[in-house]
Design a protein around this ligand. Structure first.
Ligand code: SF4
Ligand code: SF4
Length: 301
């Protein structure tokens, strides 16, 4: 029986599908988008996240670490080195502030199902359910399929957020069990896509076209608008052209760049490459409404 590796289970979301939802963030993704808001979900394996905002600087973690994986920067901040960490959890146990957290807990199907079903009354009254996010949920397609099946048997619908960078068989296995799918597209040009994410988009676009030909649920395509990386007029127009060519897509989304994940990069001992990029608000994207006339479905942001 497969286990799920999960970084977070977030209750009462109203943004990841209809109604009130619980969002399960799965760990592991083949892409390395520089703007990723959930960098703790990118690596497949477990790791320790240091939450600076909770840390009081007592340095108990530093004292107990047997691997020299925690050090003090010139400005006094603690820095973690993932490569040295043995995942012994001594720092997690030593921290009274819960500022050091294991990312990547394993769940059995029963445990995760029971956890999310605690909010069943909210799903039932709001038309909500469970959304699978990440990371890339479809890299754990066996578990995801069993999970969605178990929820369906309880009358709870599942939605999926995917970047599509997965083998086709994973998509074919899990997609039919989803009520809705948000499919993220980062750039249409394969070379630029590789520069931005580490992978070209050949498989991603093939998977999107497969969904467009075969998927029966609610399909939406989304494009995160990242200043100077993928917001050039020709890049935006290429995405709209792609979206307009898809027959089953019900909504097209532009998502404004935000920096909510920035602190987590330092907490994982990683650099945030977009430190100088200013975040966008929805109002900054209003000019993109010009593309509505190219689409037969609603353009949202
Ligand atoms: S033990 Fe916790 S509170 Fe103390 S320095 Fe380490 S992370 Fe910060
Ligand atoms: S989990 Fe990693 S960082 Fe924490 S004490 Fe163990 S080796 Fe050190």
């Amino acid at each position: 029986m497969p286990m799920a590796r999960v970084v977070n289970v977030e209750r009462f979301s109203s943004e990841d599908g209809p109604g009130i939802r619980t969002v399960v963030f799965f760990k592991g993704c083949f892409l390395r988008c520089a703007w990723c808001a959930n960098p703790e979900s990118q690596r497949a394996g477990p790791e320790i996240l240091h939450l600076q905002r909770r840390c009081n600087g007592c340095r108990r973690c530093l004292a107990v670490c047997p691997a020299g994986a925690i050090s003090v920067r010139e400005d006094g901040a603690l820095v973690s080195e993932v490569a040295k960490c043995r995942l012994c959890l001594a720092c997690v146990d030593a921290c009274y502030q819960a500022a050091r957290i294991l990312q990547g807990n394993e769940y059995t199907l029963e445990a995760l199902t029971e956890l999310v079903l605690r909010d069943y009354p909210y799903y039932a009254t709001s038309g909500g359910g469970v959304t699978l996010s990440g990371g890339e949920p479809l890299l754990q397609a066996d578990f995801v399929s069993r999970f969605a099946t178990a929820l369906r048997e309880q009358g709870v619908g599942t939605w999926l957020e995917t970047a599509g960078a997965v083998p086709r068989e994973n998509l074919e296995q899990a997609a039919p069990l989803m009520q809705g799918i948000y499919f993220d597209c980062k750039h249409v040009d394969p070379g630029v896509h590789r520069q931005l994410t580490g992978l070209d988009n050949h498989e991603i676009l093939e998977n999107l076209r497969w969904l467009d030909a075969n998927y029966q649920g609610f399909l939406a395509v989304r494009y995160p608008v990242i200043p100077s990386l993928n917001d050039q007029p020709e890049a935006l127009a290429a995405f709209v052209k792609l979206a307009a060519s898809l027959k089953r897509v019900k909504e097209v989304w532009f998502l404004p760049y935000h920096r909510l994940g920035k602190a987590k990069y330092q907490g994982l001992g990683r650099l945030y490459a977009l430190a100088d990029t200013q975040p966008l608000a929805v109002r900054d994207l209003k000019y993109l409404n010009q593309y509505q006339s190219d689409l037969a479905v609603p353009l949202r942001m």
